[in-house]
Ligand binder design. Sequence first.
Ligand code: MG
Length: 399
Amino acid sequence: MKLNTNLTTICGWLACASAALAADNVFHGPSFYGDAPDAHHAWAIHDANRPQPLIVTPGTPSTQEQAGKPPSDAIVLFDGTDLSKWEADAKGSVPTKWVIKDGAMECVPGSGYIRTKETLGDCQLHVEWAAPVHVQGDSQGRGNSGVFLMGLVEVQVLDNYNNPTYADGLAGSVYGQHAAMANALRPPGQFQSYDIIFRRPLYAADGHLLEQGYVTVIENGVVVQDHALIEGETGHQARTKEIRFPDAGPLKFQDHGNPVRYRNVWYRHLPRRANDGGDDGYLTTEATLAKRAEIAAHIRQDAAGMTSPGQALAQTLRYAESLVYTADEATAKMVEARLLKYLAEVEALPADKIGAKKDEVKHVRDVCRYLAKWKIVPADYAPKAKVDQAVKDHNWDKR
Ligand code: MG
């Protein structure tokens, strides 16, 4: 109950402090709240300044009869109508011989792989595929195709419905590397879905491996690869060899001699990882300090715009907030002078008016305590001593 009351008070303050930022998809939460930024985290815990994620309208699920709708930010590679984003996997730009039938693209055996004209790196990829309804062959010879991430790593496509084969070549396997963790296939002729989360290997400027690549695969809603290490380029019969991955490559579907069909192919970009130029998450000290300086500059810019009557204290506290991210002598001096002035003005109020300042002053005390706790101001910070005294003098902790 006490916590809720405090939170409501603080939130009320922040709503005021952040009024200049009022816009859709902005969280008006508390400041001076969770643990402060440190050498590897640019944001405080529960930081109201941390950007809200992109708003995505979810898609709709597919049925056997009809493909679902992709999420709003998906890049559609194949919607069942045309192959304008695809070409033959050949030298130069050569039209594919794969054909469209009933809203699906179909492999024409012997025509070669099909690939996207655009290149993809890290992504969330959605693919639906169907093995031929007419069952022919067994093991690797039945409804074989493959989803080649960046054209290099094959997530196996194979009709393994009542058709065993070697585990590292089963549908949903990372071919020759990782066995599928389950066989969740529907009968041939029916569409199967793969939802794939792909993170490519990352390299430092000198070429050494900075971060391994990983792939997660969900087959018809069942996890078949869980953050599986990408060891290199997919091969056959041979141990996978490590290679240097480029930043992006075309998505390819395999021609393995079977008329496998694909539909509803789309992908979404994923946020960059810290090792890939991303600025969220666990960062190097250098990147953290750069990001903290950027956040502080943004907050100071926001504070500068808080010029409406009655916003003086809120503006001061917003400037104080910027110091949580990066020290700045001029801002620190200005904040200290303004807080002292504010407290002197409160003390100068007539006795019948001062009581109305209770919550405001207590909030200023909380801010001073936070700043001192995280050594953003010294322990003997003058406004802190003054505000502590004011709360004590007026007995505001008890009444
Ligand atoms: Mg294959």
